[in-house]
Design a protein around this ligand. Structure first.
Ligand SMILES: [Zn+2]
Length: 106
């Protein structure tokens, strides 16, 4: 389950862990879906700086990069985030595919 929203200034509080995040222009308007396979706190902070309209984040820690990729795919399809138009990319060197039926993304 996604935790948050939290203010973007608290991004490093998500920790040096594997996980998925959603960035919002406020607590309820998702704008970006992303993943980090190593340091989610750092990645939230990095992407938050790229897009000045981002104010808040939600996140979920996962057990593996594979799990993170599958969750990222599900959220990406659900939200269709306006600041992230390209489909999530599987963690190298995995052969993982998007879990959604009929999706060609990987
Ligand atoms: Zn897909």
């Amino acid at each position: 389950m996604l935790l948050g929203p939290y203010p973007i200034e608290r991004a490093t509080g998500a920790g040096k862990r594997i996980g998925v995040f959603v960035l919002c222009s406020d607590g309820t308007s998702p704008r970006y879906v992303g993943r980090s396979d190593r340091d989610i706190g750092h990645e939230i902070r990095r992407v938050g700086h790229v897009f000045p309209e981002i104010r808040d984040f939600l996140f979920e820690i996962t057990d593996s990069a594979e799990d993170a990729f599958k969750l990222e795919c599900r959220l990406w399809h659900e939200i269709r985030p306006p600041l992230r138009r390209t489909h999530p990319v599987a963690p190298a060197p995995s052969e993982s595919r998007c879990p959604l039926n009929g999706c060609a993304g990987h």
